[in-house]
Design a protein around this ligand. Structure first.
Ligand code: SAH
Length: 213
């Protein structure tokens, strides 16, 4: 077995041991080669269960966190999903195997362009990558069945709550950016929103406005 194949298999074991047990999520992650989303000097660490630096001072999330978030989102094959924080595009690629349609937004055009290219190279055609300030959501495509925010907000952003379908689920890390944050799950009901605390996490902050590159 090649080094990469062995490293990828070890990563799948690590995911399971860290609580990623949903068969659809594991399958989606098995189909998504993280090595394609990490460039430069950290490329040889792509199959380790750790966050890694990407361009624009951002990070590609830890694979087990990608798995646990995807699992918490309970995505079905009929769902239209919005992701805020494209970063490398890795989480969006995983979601593409779980959902019908994925919209993903990053405030750095450079990251959005790079992610678009990798996803196109993988023949993933149900993901639309947009360079924009995702804190406003994507009103023209709302409502969404699922919303995943992969940057930390002090509170779940109001426009995103408003763009969630009734019965829809949003997973978002909340808390101050330089502290440990809490991953929460918000479920929209007929009359309001239910909130569950899931686990401590650490994400880069959700920043308003466009990035410089
Ligand atoms: N999901 C990514 C990792 C996200 S890192 C992956 O799989 O690689 C967080 C990302 O959120 C960064 O790329 C950052 O640029 C982006 N971000 C922060 N604030 C944002 C905003 N207001 N709108 C859109 N993207 C934002």
């Amino acid at each position: 077995m090649s080094y990469d194949a062995q490293a990828r298999m070890q990563l799948l074991f690590a995911l399971r041991s860290r609580g990623v047990t949903d068969a659809r999520v594991l399958d989606a992650m098995e189909r998504t080669d993280r090595g394609l989303f990490v460039r430069g000097i950290f490329a040889d660490r792509a199959y380790e269960d750790m966050p890694l630096p990407i361009a624009c001072g951002q990070t590609i999330s830890q694979p087990s966190v990608v798995g646990l978030m995807s699992q918490a989102l309970q995505v079905s094959a009929r769902d239209k999903v919005l992701e805020i924080g494209t970063g490398s595009g890795y989480q969006a690629a995983v979601l593409s195997h779980l959902a019908r349609r994925v919209y993903t937004i990053d405030r750095h055009k450079r990251l959005a362009d790079a992610a678009k290219e990798v996803l196109a190279g993988l023949d993933i055609s149900n993901v639309t990558v947009l360079a924009a300030d995702g804190s406003h959501g994507l009103p023209e495509q709302s409502p969404f069945d699922r919303i995943l925010v992969t940057a930390a907000a002090e509170d779940p952003p109001g426009p995103l709550l408003a763009q969630l379908r009734i019965g829809g689920i949003m997973v978002v890390p909340v808390g101050q950016s330089d502290h440990v944050q809490t991953l929460i799950r918000v479920t929209r009901t007929e009359t309001g929103y239910d909130y569950d605390d899931l686990r401590p996490v650490r994400f880069v902050p959700l920043v308003e406005g466009m990035g410089r590159d």
